[in-house]
Design a protein around this ligand. Structure first.
Ligand SMILES: Nc1ncnc2c1ncn2[C@@H]1O[C@H](COP(=O)(O)OP(=O)(O)OP(=O)(O)O)[C@@H](O)[C@H]1O
Ligand SMILES: [Mg+2]
Length: 450
């Protein structure tokens, strides 16, 4: 954060760490001593506004629940909760080059009426080149290369677009503050202005936010509480698929994900993500297990890998990517204590293939299966998958959505299911063409899997 130019306005500077207010900028907060924490803010007079809205019975308020527009991109609509809500502000965050501009340009071409694309970091020619590469309908897109938000908003008022896209929030600035674009004060004030525009005109606004190196500072995080919906675009380097995840949604579930594949013609919706995530699964390899997980209301089969090897270090290394580290620690302890596995002195690495995250406890059985498989160098029988939560005494507990998981697995051709006894019992003989083994504890699970 560089020292802003001398301010003519009577703005104030507030420490982002302790809230200390100062009329002058300082590199270090004079109160709490934090470096680079002073951000500019507009001084708002504390007078009561002349006009205000009187309270009214909630039953008289018009319902706006149905006011959604479809982006015609199925996976984006799903993550938004069934299309974008009129007058809502959606933040799309993600690493550089992940495809934020691409998906919004693709969505813009499908929306009815003019869509104002405020491009604050790329020229109109660059947007044109992208649109040509994506072979999209350029008809509805009005491109505006501009970094001044007041200019953009006055044009938006004139144009009355069906949606507005701001690419990106870190490169636009409002003349109300003297600090540089991308600073915490600018990012927050600009977002607040866009929010007011969205609410007063009913225009949906999409804001692109870069995840900056500093992460918290001036990145999308400072905006999360201002906007209505926060979507993060995730993906792994070298992989072509991308996952769009809702981390906050005032108008829908936050458990939904959208799966896309990045191609030279843009982002393509992946109709059957399970197939994609299992496509390169090695056959007959130890340490690899298929987990039937749920992402919101959607079942997803993913490959979980473990590598257990004798440690050459005095402190054994344990790492997990995509599964909760604390939970893995607990499962390993159960495997040692209850199943009698010798894991002391071994390095253990766990990885969910494809950069996905398995956050539900239902992944426990797959974690233990992968560890046992790698430790014993014994592959799990082909066509086998598992799900189930493990308790501290080694019992396997039933999980939700068992039937959806089984159906999805059967759809992509898996054959054997090792699942909690509590779930198997409730199936009343329904098998979805699978051989189902219900297990009560980790012993039985290991027995059934190997
Ligand atoms: N000619 C191409 N062929 C295939 N893929 C391409 C091509 N050009 C760009 N891409 C893909 O598009 C990605 C860039 O997409 P996009 O510009 O939408 O990302 P972004 O998230 O907006 O990036 P930034 O942070 O730079 O704004 C590249 O990383 C690449 O994967
Ligand atoms: Mg971009």
């Amino acid at each position: 954060m560089s020292k802003p130019e001398k301010s003519k306005s009577k703005n104030i500077y507030r420490c982002q760490a302790c809230g200390h207010e100062s009329p002058k900028w300082a590199g270090r907060c004079p109160d709490c001593g934090q470096w680079n924490s002073m951000a500019e803010e507009r001084r708002t007079p504390r007078r009561a506004p002349a006009a205000f809205q009187a309270p009214e019975p909630l039953s008289n308020v018009r319902s706006a629940a149905g006011d959604r527009v479809s982006t015609k991109i199925g996976e984006l609509d799903r993550v938004l909760g069934g299309g974008v809500v009129m007058g809502s502000v959606v933040l799309v965050g993600g690493d550089p080059g992940i495809g934020k501009s691409t998906i919004l340009l693709q969505a813009a071409s499908k929306l009815p009426g003019p869509v104002l694309y405020l491009s604050a970091e790329e020229s109109s020619e660059q947007i044109k080149a992208r649109a040509e590469r994506l072979r999209i309908d350029e008809g509805p897109i009005m491109v505006m290369p501009e970094i001044n938000l007041e200019h953009a908003l006055s044009e938006a008022g004139r144009l009355n677009p069906s949606a507005m896209i701001v690419d990106s929030i870190q490169t636009v600035y409002t003349g109300d503050l003297s600090s540089a674009p991308g600073s915490v004060g600018q990012v927050r004030e600009s977002a607040a202005k866009l929010m007011r525009f969205a609410k007063t005109t009913g225009t949906p606004v999409f804001i692109v936010g870069h995840v900056t190196k500093e992460g918290m500072i001036a990145g999308p995080r400072v905006l999360e509480h201002i906007v209505d919906t926060v979507l993060y675009f995730e993906g792994q380097r070298g992989h072509s698929f991308r996952v769009l995840r809702a981390v906050k949604n005032r108008f829908g579930s936050t458990n939904e994900i959208g799966v896309f594949e990045m191609t030279d013609a843009g982002l393509k919706v992946v109709e059957n993500p399970s197939e994609l995530f299992l496509a390169e699964r090695p056959m007959d390899a130890s340490g690899s297990v298929v987990a039937a997980s749920m992402e919101g209301t959607r079942p997803l089969l993913v490959e979980l890998q473990a590598l257990v090897s004798a440690s050459t270090y005095s402190v054994a290394r344990r790492s997990s990517l995509g599964v909760d580290f604390q939970r893995v620690g607990m499962i390993l302890a159960v495997l040692e204590k209850v199943a009698g596995l010798h894991l002391a002195g071994t390095d253990i690495f766990l990885n969910v293939v494809g950069g996905l995250k398995l956050e539900e406890p239902a992944a426990d059985l797959a974690v233990s299966a992968a560890v046992v498989s790698s430790l014993r160098e014994k592959p799990v029988a082909p066509g086998t998958f598992t799900f189930g939560e493990i308790g501290l005494s080694g019992e396997v507990r039933a999980v939700s959505h068992a039937e959806a998981r089984l159906k999805e697995a059967s759809k992509i051709g898996l054959k054997n299911a090792v699942i909690p006894w509590g779930n198997a019992e409730k199936l009343n003989g329904k098998a979805y063409g699978l051989r189902i083994t219900g297990v009560k504890n980790v012993h039985e699970a290991i027995e059934a899997l190997f």
